[in-house]
Ligand binder design. Sequence first.
Ligand code: SF4
Ligand code: SF4
Ligand code: SF4
Length: 269
Amino acid sequence: MAEKLSMFVDLTLCVGCRGCQTACKSWNQLPGEKTVYYSGLQSMPDTTPHTYNLIKFKEVEENGQVQWFFFKRQCMHCTEAACIKACPENALSHTETGAVVRDYDKCIGCGYCAKYCPFGIPKVDEGVQKMGKCTLCFDRVAEGLTPACSKTCSPGAVQFGERSQLVSKAKARLEEVKQLYPEANLYGLDEQFLGGTNVFYLLPKAPEFYDLPKQPSVPAILTTWKDVIQPIGKALPLAALGAVAVSAFLTRIRENSHSVDKGGKSHGA
Ligand code: SF4
Ligand code: SF4
Ligand code: SF4
């Protein structure tokens, strides 16, 4: 299998220029949307089916000085991806290099991926009943290019390449910035963290500052559904037992997703 290609977002270098946001729109030919006055120069409250990459702004006053902190919000391209497990149409999958991508024709816009993503990333365009999110520019990567956001980021805050090399760089950077940012940490690197996400961050502040979940996980019911019940249901479509089990699990998944909706699931910054 090909080595994983990852994205390392070093937020200690981000200057909030939003060049990456524009480059993403441009490469993916995503339509313009009405902006909303939200926080400083932030374009809108969250990503949308047509805005895959959003720079979020946070203003804080520390020691009598105002400081800006930025967050590049996008799909994390999880190794253990809840969205893939939740999709009843098998419309989501990993590429050989680790990106999580959607098959446009298979997607029916049901929204289960959105309900179970620990970061609240997938967004459904109700008009066409299709989900939209960052693709890690798999089409550029297949041609030997880097993602559009990474290519355009002049301070070098968005780096793309072989995971093992980026992990070493990230660890070295963490040591360098610790004095300036005592709370600095690497987010998404640990294998206990959804298998290690393919987009990982150097955060100057603790994850809570960015409203990021500390220990995101894939609900066990999704793994059972995807890896055990769904294959049985497909292999034995007429077997009464299989049908009953599939129906019972679908009901539980729906009930569970409603409780996730109501339960104040933690989303990214
Ligand atoms: S292009 Fe780079 S510096 Fe500018 S907002 Fe995006 S990540 Fe930050
Ligand atoms: S961040 Fe959400 S949408 Fe992206 S791969 Fe992970 S579970 Fe799927
Ligand atoms: S990897 Fe591509 S699709 Fe994803 S945020 Fe960057 S430019 Fe947008």
